[in-house]
Design a protein around this ligand. Structure first.
Ligand SMILES: Nc1ncnc2c1ncn2[C@@H]1O[C@H](COP(=O)(O)OP(=O)(O)OP(=O)(O)O)[C@@H](O)[C@H]1O
Length: 254
C-alpha cells in the first residue's frame, strides 16, 4: 500500500497548559475523504492545525507524505482553507487575484505568472462556479461565494491534500452544492481530503470516513454516523447499536 498522506501518532496538544487533545492517533491514505466531527470546542480545528504545524504538539508525532512535520517543506502539496473569517474583512482584491495567490507556493513570489498559472486559476474558478465573477472585488460577493473563492484559491495550487476547516458553515445552499461538486472533481482526480464539519449536507456522499473527536481523544473512526433525527425516517434500517460512546450533541450543535 502507498505511504499514508497524514499520520498522527499519540498527538497531544494544549493551549496555555490546558490539554485539548490528549492522545490522538490517525492515519489517512491517498484518496480518502475524511471528515473530522465533534461538538463545539472538542478540538477539531486544533487537530487539523496540529497536522499542519500551526499549533505545536506537546507530545507525539505528525508525518506528512512520509516526512516528519519538522522536516516537511513541500507545502505546495497541501491546500488549506482555514475557518471562515468574519464578513466585511474589507479585502479590496478581486476574485481572480485571491485565487491566483494560491499559486505562489508553486511559482515562487518573484517569477511572473505563466500559462500554467493562468490555466490553474481559470480551472479552479470554473470548479467552484465563479468564472463569471473573476474580475469582481471579493468584498462584493456573498459569504458563500467568498468561501468558494478561498476553496478555488486552494485548488489553484493543485494540491494533493486539501485541508478544510468547516468549509460549508454558514454557506448558502447553492454554494454548498458548488463546493461539493468542486470537491468531487478533486477527489476523482486522486486528491485526498481532510475536513472539519458540523453539518455534512451535500458533502455527505463524498465522505469515505468519519473521525469523531470527543473529550481529547478519538471516539469513533469509521463509517459516517447518522445525523440526529434520521432514526425517525420510515425507511431507516435500525441495525446499529446505540453505544455509550456516541458523543452527545454531535449533530445538534448549531
Ligand atoms: N489559540 C487558542 N488559545 C487558547 N485556547 C484555544 C485556542 N484555540 C482553541 N482554543 C480552545 O481549545 C478548545 C478546542 O478548540 P477548537 O477550535 O479546536 O475546537 P473545535 O472542535 O474546532 O470547535 P468549533 O466547532 O467551535 O470550531 C476550545 O476550548 C477552544 O476554546
Amino acid at each position: 500500500m502507498s505511504e499514508p498522506v497524514v499520520t498522527v501518532e499519540h498527538g497531544v496538544v494544549g493551549y496555555d497548559g490546558r490539554p485539548v487533545l490528549r492522545d490522538v492517533s490517525l492515519a489517512i491514505s491517498a484518496g480518502e475523504v475524511v471528515a473530522v466531527l465533534g461538538a463545539n470546542g472538542s478540538g477539531k480545528s486544533t487537530l487539523i492545525r496540529a497536522v499542519l504545524g500551526l499549533v505545536p504538539l506537546g507530545a507525539g508525532r505528525v508525518t506528512l507524505f512520509g516526512t516528519p512535520l519538522r522536516r516537511f517543506r513541500q507545502w505546495h502539496r497541501i491546500g488549506y482553507v482555514p475557518q471562515r473569517l468574519g464578513a466585511g474583512s474589507g479585502v479590496p482584491a478581486t476574485v481572480a487575484e485571491v485565487v491566483a495567490s494560491g499559486r505562489l507556493a508553486r511559482r515562487g513570489i518573484l517569477r511572473p505568472a505563466g500559462r500554467a498559472d493562468r490555466a490553474a486559476v481559470a480551472g479552479a474558478l470554473r470548479a467552484v462556479g465563479l468564472a463569471d465573477r473573476a474580475g469582481d472585488p471579493v468584498a462584493t460577493l456573498s459569504g458563500g461565494q467568498q468561501q468558494r473563492t478561498l476553496i478555488a484559491r486552494a485548488l489553484a495550487g493543485q494540491p494533493e491534500l486539501l485541508v478544510l476547516d468547516e468549509p460549508t458553515a454558514g454557506v448558502d445552499a447553492v454554494s454548498q452544492e458548488a463546493f461539493a461538486e468542486a470537491l468531487r472533481g478533486f477527489v476523482t482526480g486522486g486528491g485526498t481530503v481532510l475536513l472539519v464539519a458540523h453539518e455534512l449536507g451535500p458533502l455527505r456522499p463524498l465522505i469515505s470516513r468519519a473521525v469523531v473527536v470527543h473529550q481529547g481523544g478519538i471516539a469513533h473512526d469509521g463509517a459516517v454516523p447518522e445525523p440526529a433525527g434520521h432514526h425517525a425516517d420510515p425507511d431507516h434500517d435500525h441495525v446499529h447499536p446505540h453505544g455509550p460512546e456516541e458523543p452527545a450533541g454531535l449533530w445538534s450543535t448549531p
